[in-house]
Design a protein around this ligand. Structure first.
Ligand code: OGA
Ligand code: MN
Length: 208
């Protein structure tokens, strides 16, 4: 039998999520793992077809560049390469922990590489669809180059409310290796215009 062991790092994330509905995590992956993931994304980008991302889901997919300008490639959990295996292992480890401690009933996730060319953005939106509300936690991992300069833009802006119910934006820089986890059903957010290519893996942990 597996003895349950408290993971202080995961506990911090879970605490953030319960108190603020989001968490900014700078050490979910090691620097070496980030390097491997970044190289893998760039390799995939040369070998495979990243597709212009759409909005909506299967029933109503539309490509509207005035709303979102990134290109994406879905990861295939049934046929992962060695680097993706490491990524899925960490994700599944986190999912198992969250399920044991928060009873969220997460069944797994869906994940895609994303690339925002200069001049692109993703307008304010929510990650759940009217017809599909299974997305529970959104996780964005930035794979930008080590010399990423915050003046290049591409911040993730999340919309929050202060104690008087007044809305404000929190802008988070897409620093290499940074992961942002947030409640998919609760937080509207946007990707600000970027003027330098911006790389990430975005994923959603889903309930049944
Ligand atoms: C998304 C998204 C945020 C980011 O892909 O739905 O909101 O920072 N991404 O890339
Ligand atoms: Mn989103």
């Amino acid at each position: 039998m597996n003895e349950f062991e408290v993971n202080p790092f995961y506990e911090l994330i879970i605490n953030d999520l319960m108190n603020h509905k989001y968490s900014v995590v700078d050490a979910f992956f090691t620097a070496k793992e980030i390097e491997l993931l970044r190289a893998n994304l760039k390799l995939k980008r040369e070998l495979s077809n990243f597709k212009q991302a759409a909005i909506g889901n299967n029933d109503s997919e539309q490509i509207i560049e005035e709303i979102r300008g990134d290109s994406i490639l879905w990861l295939d959990e049934d046929q992962p390469d060695e680097v993706e295996k490491m990524y899925f292992e960490k994700m599944n480890n986190f999912i198992a922990y969250v399920n044991q401690t928060c009873y969220l009933g997460l069944q797994g996730g869906e994940f895609h590489y994303a690339c925002y060319p200069p001049g692109t953005f993703y307008k304010r939106h929510l990650d759940t669809f009217h017809t599909d509300t299974r997305r529970t936690l959104s996780m964005v991992l930035y794979l930008n180059d080590e010399d990423w300069n915050p003046s290049w833009g591409g911040e993730l802006a999340i919309y929050l409310k202060d104690e008087h119910g007044v809305e404000y934006q929190k802008n988070i820089h897409a620093l290499p290796g940074r992961m942002i986890i947030f409640n998919s059903k609760a937080l509207e957010h946007e990707v600000k215009m970027v003027n330098h290519v911006r790389y990430s893996i975005t994923g959603w942990l889903k309930t049944r």
